[in-house]
Design a protein around this ligand. Sequence first.
Ligand SMILES: [Zn+2]
Ligand SMILES: [Zn+2]
Length: 137
Amino acid sequence: MLARCLCKAIEFEFEPKNNTAINCHCSMCRQSHGAAYATQLFASKASLRFIQGQEKLTEYPSSPMGLRVFCSVCGSRLMNYAKAHSDYMSVALAAVVDAPNIQPSANAFYAGRVQWCDPTQNLTHYDALPDDIGKYL
Ligand SMILES: [Zn+2]
Ligand SMILES: [Zn+2]
């Protein structure tokens, strides 16, 4: 799957796990993406291959667990890495080129959602990450 940032300086390929995506409503995703929530795919970091621009990535340690990664030129949020298990990675579905036929399967951290934007999809809501995704952290 091909993804890139807004300015196209960074392009990369990765293999999503199970074509699973979630809407994450946690406050860190909201603030870092500048959006009501962030839709994330999950992938093995081992599948990550940069086509160009890896040197333009900036990693921000938003918590003791994880790094939030964005383009230092245009600011596009691209992916998250976990510090503890280095193979864990999530990728912003919005960064994927040629939008794949993937629908989010759940709303994570739903209790912390904003009141000014409620997702209309009829998804299962979780107080944290869904169990089948949290196990990768
Ligand atoms: Zn960029
Ligand atoms: Zn989040």
